[in-house]
Design a protein around this ligand. Sequence first.
Ligand code: GLU
Ligand code: ZN
Length: 297
Amino acid sequence: MTAKTSSYIGRFAPTPSGHLHFGSLVAALASYLDARSVGGRWLVRMEDLDPPREEPGAQTAILKALEAYGFEWDGEMVRQSDRHAAYAEVLDNLFNHGLAYACTCSRKQLEAYGGIYPGLCRNAGHDSADAAIRLRVPELSYHFIDRVQGEYRQHLGREVGDFVIRRRDGLYAYQLAVVLDDAWQGITDIVRGADLLDSTPRQLYLQELLGLRHPRYLHLPLITQPDGNKLGKSYRSPPLPEDQATPLLLRALRALGQQPDSALHDATAQDVLNWGIAHWDANLIPRTLTLPEAQLQ
Ligand code: GLU
Ligand code: ZN
């Protein structure tokens, strides 16, 4: 068989605020199989934008877990902490063109607005030092067709408001960094958790503003508790045990709607991944998923 060549470039972009858990394994696996099944590249990017929220040792632990589970990434891993100059350049440009502005509102002042910034500083002309920088959003609805979730639509003005691209403490926001890095790395396909579905219209707008291509999107099923509630951020699922790669990969495959052979129970992690590459069918991925408590681990 000749090696397939493909223009597909996918990525897994963990935040080192903690260890990998079952949900991250599902995201890593889906992005990996979606890329490898078409002969594409798969990159790992460490989203270490927020040192105060970083758990010491998490970066090493994440990479070790990926290796223990048989994942192989292409090229050098990229760290967002090495990309500040690129973010600063774009941010300054947006600011200098009046597309972004400085906001000095306190958290307390904004409490009453339910998370949608009411534009208080839009025309204030504040200095950018010691202020958050917000991107002006248009009074427009953005929509896209997600490969699993279908059509998704969001009105940026009414549902999001002008959003922060650099925090007051100088840290760059996820929305800006992710768009610049996905473009810089040539990512064609984004496969990630459904919790980021509602960030996508902001990212589409940034791409449009900066003249960048829109990647294709696949948002994985939202994992709900048996009572139908979304898994809360406060829910601490345990770290992936390194000696359970095969059973947890099989469980993750099933969560993604794939039907791995029972013979794989005794296989290595590598064999499970190879089976996944050969049999991957993204059309089988369910839109939502209720996991019995026992499967969360
Ligand atoms: N770093 C984000 C996370 O860990 C993922 C970002 C993305 O895939 O766009 O939730
Ligand atoms: Zn403000």
